[in-house]
Design a protein around this ligand. Structure first.
Ligand code: FE
Ligand code: FE
Ligand code: ZN
Length: 294
């Protein structure tokens, strides 16, 4: 069975996200580790976390994919911004120990004119500082669209970051991975519409498919290579809409690909819960149809 869910609001707490997930037919979900705009976090309610863990166990949830707020920029040119990202990521990882065995994904950041190489260096520094070999959360770099000076839109850049951390702290290797965002990779210029196999073969060659731990499944409001990062609902963008050159078969191929089908899929489409429920049903249907056809 497909492990699929969407990004949920943490406003009502952890157990409430579990209940929302069940309501929409999800068996995983994503959430921001804190308010994306503010720095402060509520104290962790351990009873609430325990209630979520019970729901997850009872309903055989897959791994959750916590998302670091977009406001972290570990490769900013400003020291205080880097320091904020570092402290916040360290705190997020400490808090996630209450929910062991899940995933934490973050945007590598924007180098803001310092150059990709310097950006990569700063991201490696941050990861080497905030991660501990004893942590039970796997940290995922997200594939980016390449908007502005974003680092991580090329597989080579992600590979360099992982390699950089592994050289300095080999004991962290098993705790590092990648989250592939379908809108972002297409916007970055990887043609998953016509050649998903080829793109994943390239990922395997450059990064290694064993590093791939989660998928953000989104349609894109822009064509392949646009470097824009604007998510569309499934079937309403360049990946899924026939009139834009895509189609349902693009998403059928994504959810049934042997390299992807067992990973957690997270929707980050512009939707309310009812819309997410429909997308989950659609993608589960495409996945079932593909597995029957074999
Ligand atoms: Fe993201
Ligand atoms: Fe994403
Ligand atoms: Zn995005």
């Amino acid at each position: 069975m497909l492990t699929i869910g969407c990004h949920l609001s943490i406003a009502k707490g952890f157990a409430a996200m579990g209940a929302d997930a069940l309501d929409i037919g999800a068996n995983t979900f994503a959430f921001f580790t804190r308010n994306p705009r503010g720095g402060s976090v509520r104290a962790l309610d351990l009873d609430d976390v325990a209630r979520l863990r019970a729901i997850m166990e009872e309903h055989s949830f897959g791994r959750l994919v916590a998302h670091a707020p977009y406001t972290y920029n570990p490769c900013s040119a400003k020291e205080h911004a880097r320091e904020f990202a570092l402290q916040a990521m360290r705190e997020d990882l400490e808090r996630l120990e209450a929910l062991p065995g899940n995933l934490y994904n973050f945007h590598p950041g924007s180098h803001v004119g310092q150059g990709v190489e310097r950006g990569i260096e700063l991201i490696v520094d941050t990861l080497c500082t905030v991660m501990e070999p004893t942590q039970r959360t796997c940290v995922l770099l997200e594939t980016m669209a390449g908007k502005g000076t974003e680092v991580g839109s090329r597989f080579e850049e992600l590979a360099q970051i992982i390699e950089g951390v592994c050289v300095r702290r080999p004991e962290l290797s098993d705790l590092l991975g990648v989250c592939l965002d379908t809108c972002h990779v297409s916007d970055a210029g990887y043609d998953i519409i016509h050649d998903l196999d080829g793109v994943l073969a390239e990922f395997d060659r450059v990064v290694g498919l064993d590093r791939l731990k989660a998928v953000h499944i989104n349609d894109s409001k822009n064509p392949c290579g646009a470097h824009k990062d604007r998510h569309a609902r499934i079937g309403e963008g360049y990946l899924g809409a026939v009139e834009l050159g895509g189609g349902e078969d693009v998403f059928a191929a994504i959810v049934s690909h042997p390299a992807l089908r067992d990973l957690p899929f997270i929707l980050e489409t512009p939707n309310e819960l009812a819309g997410y429920a429909r997308e989950i049903e659609l993608l589960r249907g495409l996945s079932d149809a593909a597995s029957c056809g074999k």
